[in-house]
Design a protein around this ligand. Structure first.
Ligand code: FAD
Length: 630
């Protein structure tokens, strides 16, 4: 019977992990409850108002390829879009959207509220109902019991959350929200390894008090990219610029003079913070030789007068924060609307989870997001999706699903967490993926949408759009292969102007794309080639077809080689490495990798391949060496 208290999947927490987990489970048909302590904060961005960036944008595209929320909400809430690394190779190109906090949150909430099979309930969860070694539901602070065979906990920075501003400290899940102390105590009583991490946020500033004439303007890209495969530029709200300023020697002196106030340097906090998102006091201490640090002034929204000064996260006292801020060009008369702060919270060692993010200790209990030691909306959303879909599959009696490292950044993320754990807040980078060329933002849909469709995550509309795009790419590849371009088709200079160098012999149009610097637009500009008919696709999808055909043509050789190396490694996953193997005798191995292998002494090729920094080429050298040894 479908009652108000019995469900298949209960998701606790309405942040980035929770909304992806709940909508994924519901899309797959599971009766799902999203229990969160405040419905008004569903989809709230606790820190910077931005989605994506290098490595993170890749995760957003993957979440989207599996039918998730984040990319669609970013298209509706994004007020400045940029493609980062636009001039570098396609593997490291990444989309980033500056978001209007209110619009982003409203978009997430609207998707959540309009998802069939998904119910919401506002109440804080204080306890888990555990039956032997299985979870059976949750209990709220009011004493209400909700039952389900699977529970996904996505409570972010709230477990035992402690906020620090200078020497002051108080409980909080983030500014304005109470911490989850009862749940923290309950989880600490279970057989799960727990630790403390910290993160921080900068003060917010009233835009009216900033002298923008002193700041450099940074507009978004024109035309603006879209995040979702289903996204359209027309969905974007009005686009605005960000601005840039810098700290200076006075700023650094103020920080150095008051460093003892910083919760971290006074010894008030000893947990580890995000290395790649350090506080301003961290930057001043660690990079003492740098005379200035860049600050991006990011608008909080189209109707908000607050800005987010990205780069000066701090836990110094409010008085010192004011001095620091006012020492910066353009901020001389700045009015702080909210002080910056650091927050410490409980996290659980992800090595105690399985690949589905289910805890090994308690069947049916899943953890996703910041609770697993990660940082960032995108990392949280990706985990939420994985946990939610697997909870739904477990309830339906279906086998677990997760992507491999060579299939998705989501696969890299979960494998890193499960096998290596983390001692500092973990964020995604393209450098974490050994198969970067295969895991591009632009092919997230071809990598994952077919699996998403089989899993029941991808609806008919998206599937039809995906198939149309896939057919258009294949059609354009076939068309360009069939058209032979002759040197005389290119005019008097035989293509020197258009293609960089003259064409010497008749060549299939598809092969022209293999030339460095030649793009699809240039090839279709040749009169005898002409443009493909893509009128049946929306404008954004049609634009992507040319890029796709070009990337596949240009990188075909590398992609085939990388795929072959992956296949070879996979075949050798279980091949044993002798415990006393002399890695010094493996010819061609770099000193760095030899050192790592000697430290870890992996038992199998599979384990060797997962050592951080290990390359497919080094694995090939090991295989050659093993063959020599007989
Ligand atoms: P959250 O977004 O925190 O969502 C948790 C949800 O659980 C909330 O909806 C909350 O209301 C709900 N909840 C909590 N306890 C309960 C309970 N007992 N019962 C019911 N509901 C509950 N990320 C970066 O990438 N870079 C940064 O520099 C950065 N700085 C940060 C600074 C601060 C101060 C904070 C707070 C976060 C920062 N983050 C940063 C992290 C980013 O906000 C998180 O990574 C992201 O929000 C994690 O998503 P999540 O879904 O795991 O948790």
């Amino acid at each position: 019977m479908n009652t108000q208290t019995d469900f298949d999947v209960i998701v606790v927490g309405g942040g980035h992990a929770g909304t992806e987990a709940a909508t994924a489970a519901a899309r797959m048909g599971a009766r799902t409850l999203l229990l969160t302590d405040n419905i008004e904060t569903i989809g709230q961005m606790s820190c910077n108002p931005a989605i994506g960036g290098i490595g993170k944008g890749h995760l957003v595209r993957e979440i989207d390829a599996l039918g998730g929320v984040m990319g669609r909400a970013a298209d509706r809430g994004g007020i400045q879009f940029r493609t980062l690394n636009a001039r570098k190779g396609p593997a490291v190109r990444a989309t980033r959207a500056q978001a209007d906090r209110a619009l982003y949150k409203a978009a997430v909430r609207s998707i959540v509220e309009n998802t069939p099979n998904l119910s919401l309930f506002q109440q804080s969860v204080a306890d888990l109902i555990v039956d032997g070694d299985r979870v059976a539901g949750v209990m709220t602070t009011m004493g209400l019991a909700f039952h389900a065979p699977t529970v996904v906990l996505t409570v972010g920075t709230f477990l035992g959350g402690t906020i620090h501003i200078g020497h002051k400290r108080f409980g909080g899940g983030r500014a304005g929200d109470a911490p989850s102390n009862a749940l923290s105590e309950r989880l600490r009583a279970l057989d799960l390894p727990v630790g403390r991490l910290k993160t921080g946020t900068p003060p917010r500033i009233d835009a009216k008090s900033i002298d923008y004439s002193q700041l450099a303007e940074q507009p978004g890209d024109e035309p603006a990219p879209v995040f979702s495969f289903m996204g359209e530029r027309a969905e974007h709200p009005r686009q605005v610029s960000c601005h840039i300023t810098y700290t200076n020697e006075t700023t650094h002196q103020i920080i150095a003079d008051n460093i003892g106030e910083s919760a971290m340097y006074s010894g008030q906090i000893d947990s580890v913070g995000p290395r790649y998102c350090p506080s301003i006091e961290d930057k001043v201490v660690r990079f003492a030789d740098k005379a200035s640090h860049q600050i991006f002034i990011e608008p909080e929204g189209l109707t908000s007068a607050e800005v987010y000064p990205n780069g000066i996260s701090t836990s110094l006292s409010f008085e010192t924060q004011q001095k620091v801020v006012r020492s910066i060009a353009g901020f001389e008369h700045a009015h702080i609307t909210r002080p910056g702060y650091a927050i410490e919270y409980d996290y659980f060692d992800p090595r105690a989870l399985s690949y589905t993010l289910e805890t090994q200790a308690i069947a049916g209990l899943y953890f996703a997001g910041q609770i697993n030691g990660t940082t960032g909306y995108e990392e949280a959303g990706a985990q939420g999706l994985l946990a939610g879909l697997n909870a739904a599959r477990a309830v339906a009696g279906e086998s677990a699903w997760w992507p491999r490292r060579d299939e998705a950044y989501l696969g890299v993320l979960v494998d890193d967490l499960i096998t290596r754990g983390t001692i500092e807040p973990y964020r995604m980078f393209t450098s974490r993926a050994e198969h970067r060329l295969l895991l591009r933002e632009d092919n997230a849909d071809t990598r994952l949408t077919p699996a998403g469709r089989e899993l029941g995550l991808v609806d008919d509309t998206r599937w039809a759009a995906f198939e149309a795009a896939r057919a258009a790419v294949a059609g354009e590849q076939a068309r360009l292969s069939a058209i032979i371009v002759k040197p005389e088709d290119l005019g008097a200079d035989r293509g020197e102007r258009l293609l960089g160098s003259a064409l010497k012999q008749a060549t299939p149009a598809a092969d022209l794309l293999k030339r460095p610097g030649v793009n699809h637009a240039q090839v279709v500009a040749i009169e005898t080639v002409g443009a493909p008919d893509l009128a049946h696709l929306n404008a954004e999808t049609a634009e992507a077809i040319g890029d796709q055909v070009e990337i596949q043509a240009k990188y075909a050789g590398y992609i085939t080689r990388q795929s072959a190396e992956i296949e070879k490694t996979r075949q050798h996953e279980a091949t044993l490495l002798p415990a006393d193997l002399d890695y010094g005798a493996v010819s061609g191995l770099s000193n760095e990798l030899r050192g790592k292998l000697e430290d870890v002494r992996p038992a199998t090729i599979g384990q060797a391949a997962r050592i951080p920094g290990m390359t497919p080429a080094a694995i090939s050298l090991l295989l050659v060496h093993l063959k020599k040894l007989g």
